[in-house]
Write a protein that binds this ligand. Structure first.
Ligand SMILES: Cc1ncc(COP(=O)(O)O)c(C=O)c1O
Length: 393
């Protein structure tokens, strides 16, 4: 399976001089994703916001079908929200934790998720525990099995961490969660758009992701999958008149579907942009995208490791499109600035984004270069050549 790189690059609006290696931060939207948003904004300006929504209601509704096709679930199991964090938080804070409940998570867990665990631990007496990693860096399945007991209320796992190429075994973890009938929440923020995600195969109850990263959608867009199995057991932490109906003066009824996690007002141009970005990725094919991202990531790692003083920091048997590295004697922020001055876009990942993993591996600030299928080898060579120049000073 191969992809049509020329057609894909023709859909880029980025300045030709730019090398964008920051899809783990925010990727580049294809032209069609930009167009659909501008069209909707113009329609809003011409006819009014509510009227534009009404005129476009079928296309807006179809965005739920797009997310459902991406995840292999039902459209009724999808909530479209402002970002991955809102999706994740709406799910997490809906779980009726009790004192003594245990939450099992991974070493490379994302800071915002861990902060929520700490808050619930403080307020409700829940215990947060980390599943140890194998030597190669993934969450250890044997250790997880040994940790299971009736007090485990939630297994909550970041699929691909913000700080590197690791890919956690979410399907295998899902099998353990299912065997033991434990609620399972997956943060797929960095994997959506980079590889196939099938919630049936993953076996998760809840999964959140964002639009702007590897899905190449707009900023301010994200979604939550909530399995039909558990929707009616979860009361959203906040409701408004979209998530619930005020039926009697003293009572309300929650929506039966995942949209109970949404709120009434939303950015419809971003929603349409998200839908278009997902359709675009599905048209190319997530398997083909995965193959190309892995190929480019391997190539960049190969180029970087030849540079004296460079330390590649990625762990995991299988590594994804996020490449993290340090250069002896040069702070990551300085490299980021030098790159930016030369039109190469990367970002810096700091220990506090994934504190447990950072402490365990004694990680400093690192440069994070993330490749996507629209990148080409000459861009990777430019990146490596600049780093070589920085290293040789
Ligand atoms: C692993 C992971 N989870 C969640 C998030 C938060 O996503 P958002 O900014 O869309 O809320 C990020 C953002 O970088 C992330 O890397």
């Amino acid at each position: 399976m191969s992809l049509d790189k020329q057609a894909i690059r023709a859909e880029l609006s980025a300045e030709p001089a730019y090398v964008h290696l920051n899809s783990a931060g925010a990727s580049l939207m294809p032209r069609c994703v930009v167009d659909v948003q501008i069209e909707h904004l113009e329609l809003e300006a011409r006819v009014g916001g509510y009227e534009a929504e009404w005129l476009q209601r079928d296309r807006i509704e179809a965005v739920y079908d797009s997310v459902a096709r991406l995840l292999n679930c039902e459209a009724s199991e999808v909530a479209i929200v402002e970002n991955a964090t809102v999706g994740w938080m709406m799910a997490f804070y809906a779980i009726p934790f009790e004192a003594g409940d245990r939450i099992l998570t991974v070493e490379a867990e994302y800071a915002s998720n861990y902060l929520a665990y700490l808050q619930i631990a403080r307020e409700k007496g829940v215990v947060v525990e980390t599943i140890p990693s194998t030597e190669s860096g993934e969450a250890c399945l044997e250790s997880l099995r040994a940790m299971i007991d009736p007090r485990v209320r939630l297994i909550s796992v970041t699929h691909i961490p913000t700080n590197g190429g690791l890919v956690n075994p979410i399907e295998e973890i899902g099998a353990i969660a299912r065997e033991n009938e434990i609620l399972y929440l997956v943060d797929a923020c960095q994997s959506a758009g980079q590889m196939t995600l099938d919630v049936g195969r993953i076996g998760c109850d809840l999964l959140s992701a964002t639009g702007r990263k590897f899905l190449r959608g707009p900023r301010g867009s994200g979604f939550l999958y909530a399995s039909q199995r558990i929707i009616d057991q979860l009361h959203p932490p906040m409701i408004d008149m979209l998530g619930a109906e005020w039926v009697e003066i003293d009572s309300y009824r929650l929506r039966p579907d995942a949209r109970r996690f949404e709120n009434w007002e939303s950015n419809y141009s971003a929603k349409l942009g998200l839908g278009r970005a997902i359709d675009y990725a599905l048209d190319i094919g997530l398997e083909a995208i995965d193959v190309e991202v892995s190929r480019l990531a391997d190539r960049l790692r190969g180029l970087l490791e030849e540079i004296p003083g460079v330390q590649l920091r990625d762990i995991g048997k299988r590594k994804c499109g996020i490449i993290t590295f340090t250069l002896d004697g040069v702070p990551a922020a300085e490299i980021e600035t030098r790159f930016r001055e030369n039109n190469i876009h990367v970002s810096v990942t700091t220990p506090s984004g994934t504190l447990i993993d950072a402490r365990r591996r004694q990680l400093p600030d690192m440069v994070r270069a993330s490749v996507h299928y629209f990148n080409c080898e000459s861009e990777l060579e430019r990146c490596a050549s600049l780093l070589k120049d920085i290293a040789s000073v």
